[in-house]
Design a protein around this ligand. Structure first.
Ligand SMILES: [Zn+2]
Length: 364
């Protein structure tokens, strides 16, 4: 291709890209970046493979369920192109590691599925002067945009305020067509390569919006918002925020917290508790801990079912801890006296039993 050539290949080969998440977006995104021969890819991923996600997380198979997503992704990608160096960071992208991680790469590609991470990626990148690509999917729709270039807009220029929690559900709750995540991940890879080859819009800010229900692509061009609190003319943000969840309106943890390991001990000690699972029926069918199922959206109207446990120990979980935090708050507000949130949710439970199995000690 004339746009790439030997010189372009060399540019790609000498580039480093930090990818956040090996999930639905990360799947196709990582495969194309690795196939294109990017020199080094950093992958930030702390989750384990979960059965209910396999329809959109194409790097993984049924045999990988319960195992580290990052470790499996690295092995699969190494087979695809052994010349690409892949560094797996088995940690969540957080205020503790954001600067160090972003600093070490040429560009950041955000394949996360939540607003606190998107704002954190934005702030870390803008404060360090690093470009980044933001992508998102929802049902049949998605979007991709390159941000954080000199004189170009940032995520806060486009979205000064995070959406009201509850109005926006995550992929697990609302669902996403797997192929749509693949398309958006592919577009993110394309935009990354366009950037590495110098074929991008000089200031970025070209947002490609995709609606695959109606088969429509639309391009919106954004410029820097002079009133942006981070990159505008009179900025007020000079460092990372202390709490991105709070900034996005996600409630503080007020219930007591129990880890899967502690819960395992409760079982052995014969401590009695009632378990409530607030995920969706499809997630429950794909794998569960035997809890009583009431999806988080129905909890307010179905509290009657739980009133007999009002003075008993109630343990609540969802997939990773977001919905259960809301649910435990609701139960405590309704007068329940002994409410516990399982730390890390069903994913942490799977990881715990996977580790136990590895030592041949137990199965759930
Ligand atoms: Zn801005």
């Amino acid at each position: 291709m004339p746009e790439v050539g030997v010189e372009g290949q060399e540019k790609i080969r000498s580039s480093t890209v930090l990818v956040i998440g090996a999930g639905g977006l990360g799947g196709s995104l990582l495969q194309y970046l690795v196939a294109a021969g990017v020199g080094k890819i950093g992958l930030v991923e702390a989750d384990v493979v979960e059965g209910s996600n396999l329809h959109r997380q194409i790097l993984f198979t049924h045999q990988d369920i319960g195992q580290s997503k990052g470790a499996i992704a690295k092995a699969v990608l190494n087979r695809l192109n052994p010349d690409v160096e892949i560094q797996h960071y088995n940690e969540r992208f957080s205020i503790k590691n954001a600067y160090t991680l972003v600093q070490s790469y040429d560009i950041v590609v955000d394949g996360s599925d939540n607003f606190p991470t998107r704002y954190l990626v934005n702030d870390a990148c803008v404060l360090l002067g690093k470009p980044f690509i933001s992508g998102a999917v929802h049902r049949f729709e998605g979007q991709v945009v390159l941000l954080g270039l000199p004189d170009g807009p940032c995520y806060r220029c486009l979205y000064p305020k995070p959406p009201t929690p509850g109005l926006v559900a995550n992929c697990a709750e609302e669902g996403v067509l797997g192929a749509v995540a693949g398309v958006i991940g592919g577009l993110m890879a394309t935009e990354t390569l366009r950037f590495l080859l110098g074929l991008h819009a000089p200031k970025g800010g070209e947002l490609l919006q995709v609606d695959l229900k109606t088969f429509r692509f639309a391009k919106f061009v954004f410029s820097k918002n002079t009133a942006c609190l981070l990159c505008g003319e009179a900025p007020e943000i000079f460092d990372l925020l202390e709490n991105y969840e709070a900034f996005c309106g996600i409630p503080e943890q007020i219930a007591k917290v129990v880890t899967p390991a502690e819960l395992h001990d409760w079982k052995i000690e014969g401590i009695d508790y009632f378990m409530l699972d607030v995920r969706e029926p499809e997630e429950y069918a794909a794998g569960n801990m035997g809890g009583h199922l009431i999806p988080s959206g129905q909890l307010t109207n179905r509290l009657d079912e739980l009133m007999q446990y009002r003075n008993k120990r109630v343990v609540v979980h969802c997939k990773s801890g977001g919905r259960s935090r809301e649910a435990t708050k609701l139960l405590l507000d309704a007068g329940f006296t002994d409410v516990w949130d399982i730390k890390g949710g069903f994913l942490a439970y799977l990881a715990f039993y996977h580790a136990l199995d590895a030592f041949g000690k137990s199965t759930p």
